[in-house]
Design a protein around this ligand. Structure first.
Ligand code: NSS
Length: 427
């Protein structure tokens, strides 16, 4: 039996295969908390109900000892999960000694170097399950709304998000890069399949140590033919609202474990406010920031803006000079691009970057040159503007930043099983 299915087995004798989470015992009775990955079950061992050897072993059980334990399942509202096991027999697979992560407080550096073990703790259990639901609901939403999953390559000859954060590798004698984003390939597949998305790991050699940056992160990237930047925002707000609602519906236990105030997540409903970049600059200046029109926003600026709203907020129409080469220039204001970032509330800042793509071949070519990119490398991408070019838009939602916000975590390092950071590639 898996622990999360205990309610189906009340009154029956069942076996649980797992690890010892905690124990306590008095003279005649012992309580063993066993975890099996799906949950934690209280197993009650009464001295005169088991043989002496078993009771003796129970008293010597240590944290993370692996064991199979069997007995009758009973409803017990005081037990975690509402069911407990009255133990009849037990088999120890390995009696563990010296497990490094104890119930006392540990520092972050210690926990990070023991990430392979830290994942067994209750809080990490809750976060990883919320992460899985965020990913599943992102995919479900897109699968159910006419988007086709079309995978983008990880090895590429092209930079998508600027050459300064490329990880390069040798591809049989020519340089290749790890994907920063599947977007350019999505634009090709959107012209073939209409509405598409890719979902996969992306890589950026981020030299900055911040609470929002990983060097390897997962991104879900939808792309839509015949879609302008504002319709793109309509999809994003439905998408994000759906994801948050699914987490609230399906992960209440996990949200309670991490003590998330869910009333703030309940406020995530459409429509999301849309603030032009110019206004965002004014908001920042009023808040005492020295930011000037034309400057990009860093984490601090995003936090100030996102703190002004209870819902996620779009900031749109950034200066084209601070945005990627593929963004469509606003025909009514040549200095700005038809793009929008979505900033999560509670100070979290950007979780989505997106916008309308430049669909004019000459304009795009001039941007390729202006960025110092090689025209030859982008011929295939320019072809998309030569053969049946249409207005099209898309966006990328960063999974780790979304998990950080939904779980209200202070740093992205806990949002992914094995975080890759500037100075961290072990374990
Ligand atoms: O650079 S983005 O803003 N946009 C793109 O990559 C587009 N090419 C996506 C698209 O339109 N298809 O990154 C998108 C999101 C951003 O909002 C973050 O949530 C996340 O990807 N992101 C990151 N998360 C963690 N660590 C790092 N370093 C990081 N960089 C971006």
């Amino acid at each position: 039996m898996y622990i999360d299915k205990a309610s189906e087995f009340a009154g029956q004798v069942q076996q649980v295969n797992g690890w010892v989470y905690d124990t306590r015992s008095s003279g005649k009775i012992a309580f063993v908390l066993v975890r099996d990955g799906t949950g934690i079950m209280q197993c009650v061992v009464v001295r005169n109900e088991v043989d002496e050897a078993t009771f003796d072993t129970v008293r010597r059980l240590t944290q993370e000892t692996s064991l199979s334990i069997s007995g009758t399942i009973h409803a017990e509202e005081r037990a975690p999960g509402g069911y407990e096991m009255h133990v009849r027999a037990m088999e120890v697979h390995q009696l563990t000694s010296g497990y490094p992560i104890t119930p006392k407080e540990h520092g972050v550096d210690f926990l990070m170097s023991n990430r392979h073990l830290w994942l067994r703790s209750k809080r990490q259990w809750a976060i990883m399950r919320i992460r899985a639901t965020i990913i599943k609901s992102a995919r479900d939403f897109l699968d159910d709304h006419g988007f086709l999953l079309v995978d983008a390559p990880i090895l590429s000859a092209n930079a998508c998000e600027g050459s300064s954060t490329l990880f390069s590798t040798d591809y049989f004698g020519t340089p290749a890069y790890l994907s920063q984003s599947g977007q350019l390939y999505n634009e090709a597949t959107a012209m073939a399949f209409g509405r598409v998305y890719c979902f996969g790991p992306t890589f950026r050699a981020e030299k900055s140590k911040t609470r929002r940056h990983l060097t390897e992160f997962w991104m879900v990237e939808p792309e839509m033919a015949y879609c302008d930047w504002s319709q793109n925002c309509d999809v994003q707000e439905q998408f994000v609202t759906y994801i948050v609602r699914k987490v609230l519906e399906q992960r209440s236990e996990e949200l309670a474990i991490i003590e998330r105030d869910t009333s703030l997540l309940e406020k995530v409903v459409t429509p999301f406010p849309r603030v032009p970049y110019d206004e965002a600059v004014q908001i920042l200046q009023k808040a005492g920031s020295s930011i000037q029109w034309g400057d990009d926003f860093g984490g601090d600026e995003e936090t100030i803006i996102s703190n002004q709203f209870e819902r996620p907020v779009f900031v749109h129409g950034y200066p084209k000079s601070i945005k990627a080469f593929y963004m469509k220039v606003n025909p009514n204001n040549q200095q700005t691009a038809l793009c929008a970032d979505l900033l999560a509330p509670e100070g979290y800042g950007e979780i989505i970057g997106g916008g309308q793509r430049e669909d004019d071949c000459d304009m795009l070519l001039s941007r390729v040159h202006a960025e110092g990119l090689s025209e030859a490398d982008y011929q295939w991408y320019l072809d998309l503007r030569r053969y049946g070019s249409v207005p099209h838009s898309g966006f990328g939602l960063g999974i780790e930043r979304t998990v950080a916000w939904v779980c209200k975590l202070p740093h992205v390092r806990e949002t992914v099983p094995f975080p890759r950071l500037l100075e961290k590639i072990y374990p």
